[in-house]
Ligand binder design. Structure first.
Ligand SMILES: Cc1cc2nc3c(=O)[nH]c(=O)nc-3n(C[C@H](O)[C@H](O)[C@H](O)COP(=O)(O)O)c2cc1C
Length: 202
């Protein structure tokens, strides 16, 4: 079967794209508005794009009202945000923050998550998350109706005891959640992780 995307409407293309690009990491992004209202929302069109400088990207759409989503608006106005990792025990709270609340609503209160001051940015960390990356805007690129936000990672908070002696975060100690198509998610556990050594071929 072959599908020419020119024959599909945007909704069908979206469904194909998000079920073909899997598993996707989830950036649980916390921001603050210029009025001081705290916001959080998950984004899975998310990737690391460079380590030198350390840059990540998240792609954010618009609300049904055609306005920019609050995360996009806050990042545009403040220039700072925090990416928090989502573990299995946080999925319900993450899911609550995916509701399109009015901009005036404090989503930390709605989802019962705890804001913790960051060191280098004004946006708050989500205290319950084991890894938080403080970012400042590197560049925002408009692609169609999406705002693609590139952020430079300035500072990373890692829960004690999960950084191994080789300098990697030991993801087998966390149950990190990834996004698949539709309402489907996946889970990184020690049991479903494996190692692949570089092949030794001349
Ligand atoms: C796991 C997950 C991943 C999501 N990924 C994206 C995404 O990559 N881009 C996007 O625009 N919306 C995405 N959404 C929807 C937003 O989280 C949702 O629109 C949210 O209300 C935006 O909140 P805000 O207006 O406070 O920024 C995702 C939702 C979930 C549950």
């Amino acid at each position: 079967m072959e599908i020419n995307l020119k024959d599909l409407d945007p909704k069908q293309i979206y469904k194909l794209m998000i079920s073909a690009i899997v598993p996707r990491p989830i950036a649980w992004v916390s921001t603050i508005s210029k009025e001081g209202i705290l916001n959080a929302a998950p984004f899975s069109y998310y990737a690391g794009v460079s380590s030198s400088p350390p840059v990540v990207m998240i792609s954010i759409g618009k609300k049904d009202t055609k306005e920019k989503k609050d995360t996009w608006k806050n990042i545009e106005e403040i220039g700072e945000f925090v990416i928090n990792l989502v573990t299995y025990e946080l999925v319900d709270q993450m899911n609550i923050t995916s509701i399109s609340f009015e901009s005036e609503i404090d989503e930390f209160e709605k989802a019962k998550i705890t804001p913790k001051p960051a060191t280098m940015v004004n946006a708050p960390l989500i205290a319950e998350s084991p890894v938080n990356m403080e970012c400042k805007t590197y560049e925002i690129v408009n692609i169609g109706k999406m705002g693609v936000i590139f952020g430079e990672v300035l500072n990373i908070h890692v829960k004690d005891d999960i950084l191994n002696n080789k300098g990697y975060i030991d993801t087998t100690k966390l149950e990190i959640v990834g996004r698949l198509g539709g309402a489907n998610y996946c889970l990184i556990t020690k049991e479903n992780t494996f190692q692949l050594k570089k092949p030794d071929i001349e």
